[in-house]
Design a protein around this ligand. Structure first.
Ligand code: NAP
Length: 348
């Protein structure tokens, strides 16, 4: 049930197709003091080899419903709907707002958790509201986009309220109109296709082709996609740090300026410059042959193999550049595992 394909079993498993089933599972686990883990598409998870000694609840609530709202269109989507299908149907109606988020695996309910983003778009800009089941009260409530306290690849669901809410559905507000063209990768691909006034569908096609080239679109025939996608987040550091970030040949690291004198550095560059080439092999785990940021299961990897490689990468990058990479996936069933603790450390 995960794209990485490592880890043991769940002690209990339930699949909720409506809010009542989800609430019943929450109550069942609460009444028995059984730990609960809420599963979406399993695309951002590393599960421990010993499995999860509790209830795994898969949120499989369905439904995609379009409604006109003045000059906008509201799209109400059940948490279990595959994300990329939602993007596909939105762009097929000429709606803009999600086109850059094409080819991202997982379910719609997972998108507000980490405020999924790519190529200059993120879901926080189009989310009107999120219906959640509050484990503290057992009741549902509707949170506005503002209530979700979105940040860069984060939200209250990952921060102060981690584990408290189950996302049941998400409502997006989209508009017909020009797509977002923010990143050179996308612009160049559209120019190559000679599309001077691209539609949201054109941008979707371009993004899919870029992502496929990086092994970032799940494809059972492509072993480079047996991963959690990006394993590490792109670090944000003080601008003063940048002159120290040079390659063996003396070249400067790519750096994107953010407000407040901070800069974002591609983790992929730091990893490659620390001696991990694409296609690097570490037993049954390895690095994608298409993207240095993806750790792959080469067939029979265990969670421990994946962690060992991630730890090795984090150590090397910290030694070489003084930057402590942070992992992007969630870790399930590891308890206070020292490797997981190290991966989550922010500094020595
Ligand atoms: P990439 O395009 O090689 O870019 C690497 C880094 O450079 C990213 O941090 C990206 O910022 C930054 N960057 C590139 N062009 C930029 C520009 N014109 N302005 C500002 N920053 C720029 O990255 P990739 O790993 O192949 O990923 C492609 C896209 O998918 C990126 O946008 C990445 O963030 C996104 N992605 C998102 C998730 C997620 O939501 N969890 C997971 C994997 C990848 P940004 O990160 O701000 O885009």
């Amino acid at each position: 049930m995960t794209t990485l394909g490592v880890g043991g079993r769940a002690r209990w498993f339930a699949r909720a197709t409506d809010v009542e089933e989800a609430a019943a599972a929450v109550k069942w686990s609460g009444d028995r003091s059984v730990p609960l883990f809420v599963l979406g598409g399993g695309s951002n998870l590393v599960v421990a080899d010993g499995g999860f000694d509790g209830l795994v609840l898969q949120m499989a609530l369905g439904g995609v419903d379009f409604r006109a709202n003045g000059d906008a269109t509201r799209v109400h989507v059940g948490a279990g709907e595959p994300w990329d299908e939602v993007v596909a149907v939105a762009v097929s109606r000429g709606l803009a707002g999600l086109e850059c988020l094409s080819g991202i695996p997982g379910t719609t309910g997972g998108t507000p958790i980490q405020n999924v983003g790519a190529y200059g778009q993120d879901v926080s800009r189009s989310i009107a509201s999120v219906t959640v089941l509050d484990r503290m009260t057992g009741a549902t409530k509707v949170l506005t986009g503002r209530d979700c306290r979105f940040g860069y690849r984060t939200s209250r669901f990952k921060g102060e309220d981690a584990g408290r809410f189950l996302v049941c559905d998400v409502t997006f507000e989209l508009r017909a109109g020009p797509p977002t063209l923010a990143y050179p990768d996308v612009i160049t691909e559209l120019e190559r296709r000679r599309l001077t006034a691209p539609s949201p569908a054109d941008v979707r096609d371009a993004v899919l082709s870029i992502r496929r080239g990086k092994g970032m679109v799940i494809d059972p025939t492509d072993p480079d996609t047996r991963s959690v996608g990006s394993f590490f987040m792109n670090p944000v550091v003080d601008a003063a740090h940048v002159p120290r970030l040079t390659s063996e040949g003396g070249g400067r690291a790519p750096a994107y300026e953010l407000p407040g004198g901070r800069v974002k550095i591609p983790a992929a560059w730091l990893i490659e410059q620390s001696g991990f080439a694409r296609g690097y092999e570490a037993g049954a785990a390895g690095i994608s042959s298409k993207h240095p940021l993806a750790i792959v299961n080469r067939g029979a990897a265990t969670a421990r193999d994946v962690l060992a490689l991630a730890v090795q990468i984090k150590r090397k990058v910290a030694d070489r550049f003084g930057i402590w990479l942070r992992p992007e996936p969630a870790f399930v069933g590891f308890g206070d595992d020292p490797d997981v603790a190290f991966l989550q450390e922010t500094e020595s």
